[in-house]
Ligand binder design. Structure first.
Ligand code: 1QQ
Length: 390
């Protein structure tokens, strides 16, 4: 049986003395997120969050003295890339579990493979309906659209009680966008607003003249867009350039600072519901925010916080496996680590940057607090920030 640990390292010192020391190698945790393609607009923030977690938890003795080591594999922006990354991490890199992939669209392609091979996956940003139900090894720390998206509509009505007519747009080739738009359409209906037009686009589109013109002709007071950062940001930009003046809600695809360079000054005012606030008051979030600020001189975004949380859940899960088996992870065979870890993840709660969370039996996140932020751009339309609105 393959063991994770127990290699003997020979340390040769300059004095010429040779020491033999038993050193457990770090525990490999897979990170399968997009580092290339438009989806890297999210993936970059995820890598940052995961790395901060790696450093933070290794300083806190990792898994009872054994450090973890992130093994990163680029998924690109599509299903094939995600499948390839997940297979590599499982078979070649022998990871104990995987944080990823970036998109729900990719999760529906790649997660069934990890599930079949009995490798735990924690989605750091998969918010579409049905992701945890892919299988018993699939969980997520990204709250589903059904829980998060309605807050943005409530906030829009708080800012303008006169809203009646709504235009809804979504990327029809993306699983998250297609799921989120259902929630938005239901919310609008429940709030007794009228959906006047529903427009579809593709995440690969760059020209949104048709959709924007239809929205302007529909004479609406609220526009709700479910898309990814590049397409969604461009859509809003073109809508504003054509003269739309009302409120815009962007879905989770707008939850990245990387959208600022896409829509520039036209990003100003977009409302986005979030599953994270840098102000969350607990020691883990304080440490996370401090580490992020020290490196980047600004507040961390949601996708970094969720990626941190996913790594945290694995670290604490691995500690629980050691407690339950009374063995070091490095003394257990890999298949046992993966199955025991998957069970452990679903037990107890975690104090994370997202607040106190737990995973239910299906692996979905229980999270209590959500927020709405509004994008504020500087006068040059270059520097932006998410401001939490109450
Ligand atoms: C999903 C999402 C995207 C916006 C993540 C980047 O929520 O694909 O589920």
């Amino acid at each position: 049986m393959r063991k994770l640990g127990g290699i003997t390292l020979l340390l040769t010192l300059c004095a010429g003395t040779v020491y033999a020391e038993n050193v457990a190698p770090p525990i490999p945790v897979g990170i399968a997120v997009a580092q290339t393609s438009n989806v890297a607009l999210f993936g970059q923030e995820q890598i940052i969050g995961a790395k901060i977690a790696e450093t933070y938890f290794n300083i806190k003795k990792g898994v009872n003295g054994t450090p973890i080591k992130l093994v990163t594999q680029d998924t690109g922006g599509d299903e094939a890339g995600a499948i390839n990354a997940v297979q590599n991490l499982i078979s070649k890199e022998k990871v104990v579990g995987i944080v990823g992939p970036t998109l729900s669209q990719q999760a529906f392609g790649a997660d069934p493979i990890a599930n079949r091979l009995q490798v735990p996956v924690i989605g750091p940003s998969n918010t579409a309906k049905g992701v945890p139900q892919i299988g018993e090894y699939i969980g997520r720390v990204s709250a589903p659209v059904a829980k998060v998206a309605p807050y943005a509509v409530k906030q829009a009505l708080k800012q303008n009680q006169k809203i009646k007519r709504v235009a809804i747009l979504y990327a029809q080739n993306d699983a998250f966008s297609s799921s989120e738009t259902v929630t938005f359409q239901e919310t609008v209906k429940n709030m007794k607003l009228e959906t006047v037009t529903v427009q579809k686009f593709m995440t690969t589109d760059t020209d949104f003249t048709t959709q924007a013109t239809a929205v302007l002709n529909a004479n609406v007071d609220l526009v709700i867009v479910s898309g990814l950062a590049a397409d969604g940001g461009n859509l809003v930009k073109q809508l504003r350039q054509l003269g739309y003046k009302g409120i815009v809600i962007g879905g989770n695809g707008f939850n990245t600072a990387n959208v600022f360079s896409v829509c520039g000054s036209n990003c100003d005012g977009i409302l986005v519901a979030q599953a994270y606030s840098p102000e969350a008051d607990n020691p883990t979030n304080k440490a996370f925010v401090a580490a992020y600020r020290a490196a980047y001189k600004k507040d961390p975004p949601q996708f970094s916080a969720q990626a941190f949380t996913a790594v945290q859940v694995f670290v604490e899960g691995l500690r629980k496996v050691e407690a339950a088996t009374k063995k070091k992870i490095t003394q257990l065979d890999l298949a046992t680590v993966r199955t025991e870890l998957n069970k452990a993840l679903r037990k107890g709660s975690y104090i994370t940057p997202l607040g106190e969370i737990s995973l239910d039996k299906e692996g979905d996140i229980n999270q209590k607090t959500f927020y709405v932020s509004q994008i504020k751009m500087d006068s040059a339309g270059k520097v932006g920030k998410f401001v939490i609105v109450k």
